[in-house]
Ligand binder design. Structure first.
Ligand code: BGC
Length: 827
């Protein structure tokens, strides 16, 4: 590459063109690639309600299926959707681990265990890529919590890094993922996007991986260091550190031309791989059935006293709790998906399934959404009063404070508006002259159905005002946008203003936000809800008392899981905890459905007859839940995380970095259930736990070496159903390194997951026998002295188990230095 023009052309390709696309250069076989956020669905470029798409169960829900086939099928569906929308790379899966239950983005993770996350992450990747769309494993590495994600510097030892946090990415590389995203944070002193140890030594040399490595959005910090470390692509565009700056670095002799060339080779390969993407569309009913079954497959039945579930045919049911008709289908990140009108809430679906057997519906406690939606109150756009929603107008404000006529007008039906780099009519944020500002006005007409106080909420990146019938009623906002643009928009301070409204009397409402120029983005959120009546809980308890069964729909709200912010408590809102306690006291046949994607406290679990954990289950939540409650489908899930009795039982709850910016992984490899094992703490519900509806029997445990030599061994059992009902079983295999004294090796896990399989056991007399392959690498340790894996030679126990704490059978074996297994009396 001696031609200077060629250098400019090639260097240009190393940075994105805009938020979602890269540059093209047919001569070097690089197409303009479209990179779009996942992982719960395929987001559009608009990030708003006009971009309806399918919403699949979140990562934790998919992990709970313990089912490769389900996860791969969901991946295929998303790949199809992405291909149909002209997307080249879907930005997922998120292969960080739920190191702490407080992690803001835990819902995207495949739980707390590296083996499970690796196997199921790989299944998702295989599914997506089978449609010719690239997956992008993110965020390499140790972006396991969100608070301070842009700056924190993870201090981690090599063994923990390889055995735990890199392991899911290694599985992704083995599955042939076409792209990876470097995390925002630093690892041992270096930003991931300029970390030669990660981007070159691990990805290229150890894993021999040939995909594209891109930065997280606005996560590139340098030119020479990033290129030299092995970063191929700065995202998003326009270029800041790579692109033209890469050509300049080559000319200055700071970076060899071959480095840029190598990045282009990776991009050309990705271009080639995604060129053949195919988009056959399947019938909507089939699509929904798949999402419906995947959701049911993820629900974890934690307890089921007196087999209260499935509901008996004649039971009357009181539906209680805020999440029955305001469920949380997904998290509140930028990867949020706009849902179509066909989506049914659990309340609607249960009413359809049970008819008059649903005797009451009482929310019992307010939904905790940060900014409640105004849409259920029926706002009408002011410009076109027949239309539901809001009129949004865009103005400029000159230095004297004079507001222009609308420069652009829109009608929208949403409670959140976000603009990157420019706004309609106002133009580029960078071009707003000093002293002047932009102004967005969101207006609607509202005719309340009931008298009373309504709580108006608003938040945003500028100065905000609320006007009722032209009168200023409240002010708020005005936050400077910190460096973490993507995260900060969604969790600024919210202003709440109570307003008295009269039934039948129309009012005009304006939310206004003004802002000055510069910055990369602006956004605002707004909404209102009727003030909460004082007797909400009492009414719920009365309804619960007279029904055969009470089902309490507890959980978090859609905006509870955020980028760049962890949770500060694992508790459900106090009003919900009180409600559950009161309903359990009023009706012993109470089922609690917890709609939360991470570990929440369940201090009431002993008092509830049944507890069902439903995560962020995607758009088919309602129908899937109705089917599981009535027994038409099995609750198929097993816990991919540990649920503790007390917050302090977890290895890590305080997630932020220390004052010097360091985030030290002091627990080493003892994360998740490994910590509970090491500390001898009994969890409330352990990793791998989950009940089904069938009475399944295990027998004839077996373990044998693999005649093909491909695997270390094969382990399994024979299963049968003791009743006429078939069901799902998840057979789990844990490996336990044994020492001569019987003690656990210091600092090492007592046991770790090395295999699992999902079996659908048909009704008797069928007796499927299953074999689970075990790999040498899962009986190996990372040796920091040699920088490589080696089999841990010595005695091992292999446990066939229903969960990490419910062991069916133990085999004693010996693994030698060459990774060969010996069984029998001398092992
Ligand atoms: C997130 C990534 C995401 C990217 C693009 C970032 O803030 O961390 O997961 O893919 O934005 O939307």
């Amino acid at each position: 590459m001696t031609d200077p023009d060629d250098l400019d052309l090639l260097a240009r390709l190393t940075a994105g063109a805009d938020m979602q696309t890269t540059h093209r250069d047919p001569e070097h076989h690089v197409r303009a690639l479209r990179l779009v956020d996942g992982p719960m669905g395929v987001t559009g470029g608009l990030l708003d309600e006009r971009d309806v798409s399918l919403l699949a169960p979140s990562g934790t829900a998919l992990a709970a299926t313990f089912n490769r086939a389900t996860v791969e099928a969901v991946g295929e569906l998303l790949g199809e959707q992405a291909a149909a929308r002209g997307v080249d790379v879907l930005l997922g899966p998120n292969l960080n681990l739920s190191r702490s239950p407080a992690g803001g983005r835990n819902f995207e993770h495949f739980g707390e265990d590296p083996y499970l996350a690796g196997v199921l992450g790989a299944a998702w990747i295989t599914g997506v890529q089978s449609k010719g769309v690239g997956a992008c494993a993110k965020h390499l590495v140790c972006n396991d919590t969100e608070t301070g994600r842009h700056g924190y510097d993870v201090q981690i030892d090599e063994q923990t890094l390889h055995e735990v946090y890199l392991a899911p990415f290694a599985a992704a590389a083995r599955a042939g993922v076409w792209a990876m995203m470097a995390a925002y944070n630093k690892v041992n002193g270096q930003h991931c996007a300029e970390h030669p140890g990660l981007l070159t030594r691990v990805l290229r040399e150890q894993w021999d991986w040939d995909g594209v490595v891109m930065s997280d959005w606005f996560g590139t910090h340098s030119t020479t260091a990033s290129l030299t470390a092995g970063l191929d692509l700065e995202m998003p565009g326009p270029a800041r550190h790579l692109g033209p700056a890469a050509a300049a670095a080559v000319r200055a002799g700071d970076v060899p031309a071959s480095t840029v060339q190598r990045a282009i080779e990776h991009l050309a390969l990705l271009s080639h791989r995604t060129a053949g993407r195919t988009a056959p569309t399947r019938p909507p009913a089939e699509t929904r059935r798949l999402l419906h079954e995947a959701a049911a497959d993820s629900f974890v039945l934690l307890k089921n006293d007196h087999t209260i579930l499935p509901l008996a045919g004649d039971t009357s049911v009181a539906v209680i709790g805020p999440n029955a008709d305001e469920p949380a289908y997904q998290g509140g990140t930028f990867a949020r998906i706009a849902l179509g009108p066909e989506v049914r809430t659990p309340l609607t679906a249960l009413r359809e399934a049970l008819g008059p057997r649903v005797t009451a519906h009482e929310p019992g406690a307010p939904s905790e959404s940060r900014v409640p939606s105004l849409l259920p109150l029926g706002p009408r756009a002011t410009d076109s009063p027949g239309d539901p929603g809001f009129t949004v107008t865009f103005h400029r404000v000159d230095t004297d404070g004079a507001v222009s006529e609308p420069l652009a007008t829109d009608t929208r039906a949403t409670g959140i508006l976000v603009w990157f780099t420019e706004l309609p009519g106002i133009g580029a944020l960078a071009d707003l002259p000093p002293g002047s500002s932009g102004l967005v006005r969101v207006s609607c007409l509202l005719t309340p159905e009931t008298d009373g106080t309504y709580d108006f909420h608003f938040a945003g990146t500028g100065d905000l005002r609320l006007l009722i019938d032209g009168q200023e009623t409240g002010r708020g906002g005005s936050r400077a946008l910190p460096a973490d643009v993507m995260g900060a928009l969604l969790h600024g301070d919210v202003t709440r203003i109570p307003v008295s409204l009269t039934a039948g009397r129309q009012v005009r409402i304006d939310f206004e936000m003004s802002f000055t120029g510069g910055g990369r983005a602006q956004g605002m959120q707004f909404g209102a809800r009727a003030a909460v009546p004082a007797d909400l809980a009492e009414r719920a308890v009365r309804a619960a008392r007279v029904a055969d069964t009470a089902i309490v729909f507890a959980g978090v709200s859609q905006d509870s899981s955020l980028e760049s912010q962890d949770r500060d408590s694992l508790a459900l809102p106090a009003a919900q905890t009180d409600l559950i306690e009161q309903v359990c006291a009023a009706n012993p046949s109470t089922v609690v459905v917890v709609n939360a994607p991470f570990a929440v406290d369940m201090p009431w679990a002993e008092r509830a007859a049944a507890v069902l954990l439903t995560w962020f289950p995607g758009q088919e939540y309602g129908p899937a839940l109705a089917d599981v409650l009535t027994g038409a489908l099995e609750p198929g899930g097993r816990l991919p995380i540990t649920l503790a009795r007390a917050d302090t039982d977890h290895a890590v709850t305080a997630t932020g970095p220390s004052d010097d910016g360091r985030l030290t992984y002091t627990e080493g490899v003892l994360t998740g259930y490994r910590h509970f094992d090491a500390q001898r703490i009994t969890p409330r519900f352990c990793f791998g736990h989950g009940l089904g509806y069938a009475n399944l029997r295990w027998r004839a445990a077996h373990l044998h070496t693999d005649p093909t030599g491909r695997y270390l061994a094969l382990a399994g059992v024979t299963l049968s159903s003791g009743t006429g009902r078939g069901g799902k079983e998840v057979v789990q295999v844990y490996a336990v390194p044994l020492t001569p004294t019987g003690a656990t090796e210091p600092g090492r896990p007592e046991q770790h997951l090395v295999g699992f399989t999902t079996v659908h056991v048909p009704p008797a007399p069928a007796q499927p026998r299953i074999d689970i392959p075990l790999h040498v690498r899962d009986f190996s340790v990372w040796d920091p002295r040699t920088g490589s894996w080696r089999p841990r030679a010595g005695r091992w126990e292999i446990r066939l188990a229903r969960s990490s704490r419910d062991v069916f059978h133990r085999f004693r074996v010996y693994v030698d230095e060459d990774g060969k297994l010996r069984t029998g009396p001398n092992s």
